[in-house]
Design a binder for this molecule. Sequence first.
Ligand code: ZN
Length: 206
Amino acid sequence: MSKGFHFGRVKTRQYTVEYPKLCANSFKPLLKLPLGKYCLTSQSNSRPIELKETSSGIRFVSLEHESGELQLGLITCERSASKKLYITCPYCQTKRQHLYQCKSGYACRTCLKLHYASQSERKKDRLARRIRKLRRAIWGDINDIYNLTESAMYFSKPKYKRWDKFEQEKEKVLELEKQYWQLSEAHLEKLFGNICTYSPSAYVPP
Ligand SMILES: [Zn+2]
């Protein structure tokens, strides 16, 4: 086959699996370490970063990129028992569990218009729609009602609802949320099993 000649379908979508990613979890040590310079390391790469803090005490990671300074906020979910950590996308500022490497540094999959290369994503979407609908039926338009990174566990009982009925309905939502996250984790594990992830390590001056 001659160079530049390709068989098959023209590829129009890009998939997350093709991009090295940053995991929010791997940044956990940076919540406790002193502010200063560190390195993001993987098996094949190393990139200097700086741990900084805003005047209101929110920590963020700053990294140099040819397009300018990128800032990834480190946001902990205080309401979850495990204090889950999220990193913010430097482009849309949403809380993310993963960011993907791209020409402009790192960005979330929405900003990069990436798609998960799997059928199970559809199942997950259907589940998400169902959860959001149920949540809205119980709690109405309260804060974070559509935000699945916030568990319904911590939503309080609407005033006029009976406790027993409320507990029953909430239980159903929580069960679906559990299924939703299991699906996400199993799915991501499958997609990213072979890709090395970055983790912060102590900065060694040159
Ligand atoms: Zn984004």
